[in-house]
Design a protein around this ligand. Structure first.
Ligand SMILES: Cc1cc2nc3c(=O)[nH]c(=O)nc-3n(C[C@H](O)[C@H](O)[C@H](O)COP(=O)(O)OP(=O)(O)OC[C@H]3O[C@@H](n4cnc5c(N)ncnc54)[C@H](O)[C@@H]3O)c2cc1C
Length: 316
């Protein structure tokens, strides 16, 4: 549970292993493992979310450095990070997917401004990031100039699929906590609540078996690609279901939550966390976001349909 686990190790580390130059691997991998550099993800823009290839952050080569101008949005933990991996348009005349590069940028410079955005839960976990003549050295491009789309997709595979084997462990602990909450609140013998708890338990078992399948494929050398969408879609939709059940178990208390807040805005609270009403209400509010970040549920369904099942592409 370190600050670099997700953006640093899970996403960028795995991607650098695949696409980075020897110099990039040598320089960055030890630093993201030790936490010397803390990373965030600069993909989304006001006009580029699901339609990511529409991104407009401009990067122009000027001698030995890139000059960046434009804006990113929804940058999680951008206020805590000191480095951002970012997608920029490096050839405005090329077809959309072919003029993008994946750049590594040090945020500790006057050309980068981070502005926090307030969320429904009251926290400020994500940000806008503005680039005004920000710079990064020419060699800080990963996977080659104008080849950033392929690198970006590799990273999204790790973002969506990599935790498939470990997430169910946390979800199991969460169901266990909810069973305790149902007993504490005297609703454990309510037949509807019991049925919904059993459904949650069964879904966690499905995720556990899918996780083992993903892990087995990983050990055989298959890196998560479009099939990562299956895990992402399943866990995020499931997580809305269990957190809605927690609100029903709390009843009116969910309107005036009290006690300890969840430790993280992402996924579950800690295993064995105290069953405060704020823990569940905070997790419930954040669960909505799970079906949006790393690609919305609709986008995951499109990916599964088109790239996993080979169905006809959606009309554009
Ligand atoms: C908590 C949180 C953290 C985030 N962190 C980061 C981060 O660290 N870095 C980063 O770069 N981004 C981050 N994001 C942004 C996230 O990736 C985008 O919000 C997401 O990709 C959706 O883009 P959008 O918000 O522009 O919505 P839009 O793309 O405008 O989508 C609006 C709606 O239209 C639907 N839709 C769009 N296209 C289609 C289609 N082709 N078919 C069917 N339905 C469609 C969507 O499903 C959605 O319901 C984060 C988002 C959240 C909520």
């Amino acid at each position: 549970g370190g600050p670099n686990d997700v953006f640093g190790i899970q996403m960028l580390g795995n991607t650098l292993l695949q696409w980075g130059t020897e110099e990039q691997k040598h320089h960055y991998l030890p630093r993201l493992l030790s936490g010397a550099d803390v990373w965030c993800q600069g993909y989304s823009e006001p006009n580029a979310g699901s339609d990511l290839s529409n991104l407009g952050l401009k990067a122009q080569l000027d001698g030995d450095q890139w000059i960046l101008n434009g804006q990113k949005i929804w940058t999680s933990a951008g206020h805590l990070a000191d480095h951002i991996f970012t997608l920029a348009r490096t050839d405005p005349d090329a077809p959309r997917h072919k003029g993008i590069s994946f750049l590594l940028v040090d945020m500790r410079q006057p050309g980068i401004e981070v502005r926090p955005i307030k969320m429904i839960s009251g926290e400020s976990e994500f940000n806008e990031v503005f680039y005004t003549d920000a710079t990064t050295p020419k060699h800080e491009v990963v996977g080659g100039v104008n080849n950033g789309w392929a690198v970006a997709m590799t990273l999204l595979g790790f973002e969506r699929g990599e935790a498939a084997a470990t997430l169910p462990i946390r979800f199991q602990a969460e169901v266990d906590r909810l069973v305790i909450l149902a007993k504490e609140r005297g609703v454990a013998d309510d037949p509807i609540i019991r049925q919904r708890l059993a459904q949650c338990y069964a879904k966690v078992q499905i995720m556990r078996f899918n996780g083992m399948r993903v892990l087995t494929r990983f050990l055989k050398g298959h890196h998560p690609g479009p099939d990562g969408a299956i895990s992402k879609l399943y866990w995020s939709e499931y997580h809305k279901e269990i957190t809605e059940l927690s609100i029903d178990i709390l009843g009116a208390e969910a309107m005036i939550p009290s006690g300890r807040h969840p430790s993280s805005a992402f996924q579950t609270d800690d295993a064995g966390a105290p069953n405060s009403s704020w823990s569940w209400v905070g997790t419930f509010l954040n669960a909505r976001a799970g079906t949006i970040y790393a690609g919305s549920s609709q986008v995951q369904r499109n990916i599964i349909g088109e790239m996993v099942l080979g169905l006809p592409k959606e009309p554009r």
